[in-house]
Design a protein around this ligand. Structure first.
Ligand SMILES: NC(=O)c1ccc[n+]([C@@H]2O[C@H](COP(=O)([O-])OP(=O)(O)OC[C@H]3O[C@@H](n4cnc5c(N)ncnc54)[C@H](OP(=O)(O)O)[C@@H]3O)[C@@H](O)[C@H]2O)c1
Length: 276
């Protein structure tokens, strides 16, 4: 397993995403993922599944110290008085002690960034999380957040796959010794995996299209990925990306695709994205 070292955090490069996993499927899949070797689990207040994620973690029997668990505070709750209570509720729902990484889920123009970053720092000082970071921050906003933060921000979690360049964000993460964690890393299992060029690479390597895409991501310095599945076989194969390599031509062919800018997650409240 590749470990990303970023501002003192050690983040396993492949994590298990849990958006839309609920109830028993969620706890069962989290326990299964850990049994398969995942050591990084991603959840959020907004997913409404922290309780089940915690159940899955406890059912797995794993030593808590071996796991890297991320949760996120929703954008309505990143104001001065709301962020810490939201983080407390997250820790209470998970029931596994402090989380490893607490993220601001989305920026919110109606709330001063300085308040959000101060409150995020307060959550860390109170021992609710080991590390702090952000998600969905474009590069200029990331620069600003870093300049406002007393503690190191270790990660920016953003949409990333071969349909979408994140050159500017990745450059900013490198400037600040941060990891860039790719969400929707297999394009939500949609058209990306049916792209003929990706299918050709999959055939050539005897791998699945998802494995090709995940391998391309984690081969990049400071990049991790958190694919989600409700299927145990897919969970196993999505993790099995450490025993083959892409050639530099193959890598470049996938980089060329990123110019298509096929952004899948773009709600009305999204910030002004980088144009790169
Ligand atoms: N910070 C944010 O704002 C943000 C936004 C979105 C997501 N996230 C995080 O990132 C995680 C991953 O992103 P995502 O859930 O949007 O999308 P994703 O992981 O790119 O794709 C998930 C979809 O792909 C399918 N799939 C999984 N493995 C597959 C495989 N090997 N072959 C074909 N299809 C496969 C899954 O269906 P089956 O279940 O049927 O396998 C599911 O429908 C989320 O779960 C969440 O933790 C964060």
């Amino acid at each position: 397993m590749k470990i990303i070292e970023a501002s003192g955090a050690k983040i396993p490069a492949i994590g298990f995403g849990t958006y839309k996993l609920t109830g028993e499927t969620c706890s069962r899949m989290v326990a299964k993922a850990i049994e398969l070797g995942y050591r990084h689990i991603d959840t959020a207040r907004m997913y409404g599944n922290e309780r089940e994620v915690g159940e899955g973690i406890r059912a797995s029997g794993i030593d808590r110290r071996e796991l890297f668990v991320t949760t996120k505070v929703w954008r309505d709750d990143i104001g001065r008085d709301r962020l810490v209570p939201s983080a407390e509720a997250a820790v209470e729902a998970l029931g596994i002690g402090p989380v490893d990484l607490l993220l601001i889920h989305w920026p919110n123009v109606e709330i001063p960034l300085t308040d959000s970053i101060e409150a995020l720092n307060a959550a860390q000082s109170k021992g609710l999380t080991r590390h702090i970071g952000v998600a969905n921050f474009p590069s200029a906003m990331l620069d600003e957040a870093v300049s406002l933060s007393a503690a190191r921000l270790v990660c920016n979690q953003v949409e990333y796959h071969p349909g979408l360049s994140q050159e500017a964000v990745l450059a900013a993460c490198k400037r600040h010794d941060m990891a860039m964690i790719a969400y929707s890393p297999i394009g939500q299992g949609g058209d990306l995996l049916k792209n003929p060029a990706i299918e050709d690479l999959a055939r050539a390597h005897g791998r699945t299209p998802a494995q090709i895409v995940l391998r391309w991501e984690i081969e990049q310095d400071r990049v991790g990925a958190i694919p989600r599945t409700s299927n145990p076989e897919r969970a196993a194969s999505n993790l099995d990306v450490f025993s083959f390599e892409l050639s530099s031509e193959e890598r470049d062919a996938l980089f060329a695709m990123t110019k298509q800018r096929q952004r899948l997650v773009d709600p009305g409240f999204a910030p002004d994205w980088d144009r790169a």
